[in-house]
Design a protein around this ligand. Sequence first.
Ligand code: ATP
Ligand code: MG
Length: 232
Amino acid sequence: MVATKRIKTYIRGLDEHLQGGIPQSHTVLIAGKPGTMKSSVAYNILYHNAKNEDRSGVYVTLEQSRESVLDSMAGLGMPVNGLDDKLSVLDLAMIRKKLKDLSDQSWMEVFKMYVNNLKGSMDTGILVLDSLPVLEVMAKFEDPRDDLFRFFEWLRDLNITAFLIAEMDQDKMKFCEHGEDFLSDGIMHLDLRRDDRVVNLFLSIVKMRKTKHKRGYFPLIFDEGGFEVVTH
Ligand SMILES: Nc1ncnc2c1ncn2[C@@H]1O[C@H](COP(=O)(O)OP(=O)(O)OP(=O)(O)O)[C@@H](O)[C@H]1O
Ligand SMILES: [Mg+2]
């Protein structure tokens, strides 16, 4: 059997726990309620892969502007300076501008064209989509289950490792609305838990195809050294 190639998350403690990382070409949901550091965790993967592995990545932000994402990430010690040729951050304004020139095409077609172009020009290895529910709204999915099935198929054919951010409602345990959890190859769940007055962040690998892993919730810590999970 050929060993599965893996993409490191660069979250200390997690890669060892995942037999080295996330299988290449997997589509992984990063699910969590507001403020659980979903965007930061996803960007962390892109950033360190660009910096240490020379692997190109694209971060598509439909929620925040490109400047806002880059500012927050620089604040977390992950400045894009010097990595511009490896790490692209696209926002809605950029895609909208393109849409004006291509007004006969649907939003989804323009989005796919953008990603295809980047994939071709930079041999992009990782795609982050922040977030999947916003894409569903923008693309005006009529039959979400069917449209999502096609979208996941498109990602698979692209042969890209994709991280899709899924926003969870404050009061629910559901990762998503339309079966995205079944379609995805992996689910990373970020959860804030309150213990008296202290609120801590936890990470769990809910599923990861082709990977032996434990199912617990591990404390996720962020400091100058980056992200770390405590698995023992
Ligand atoms: N240095 C830090 N250490 C720990 N937590 C931080 C630090 N800087 C920011 N945060 C927390 O992370 C949150 C933002 O992280 P991020 O934007 O990645 O979360 P998110 O889950 O994507 O949020 P949203 O639901 O708004 O999209 C901030 O609201 C803050 O609570
Ligand atoms: Mg976010």
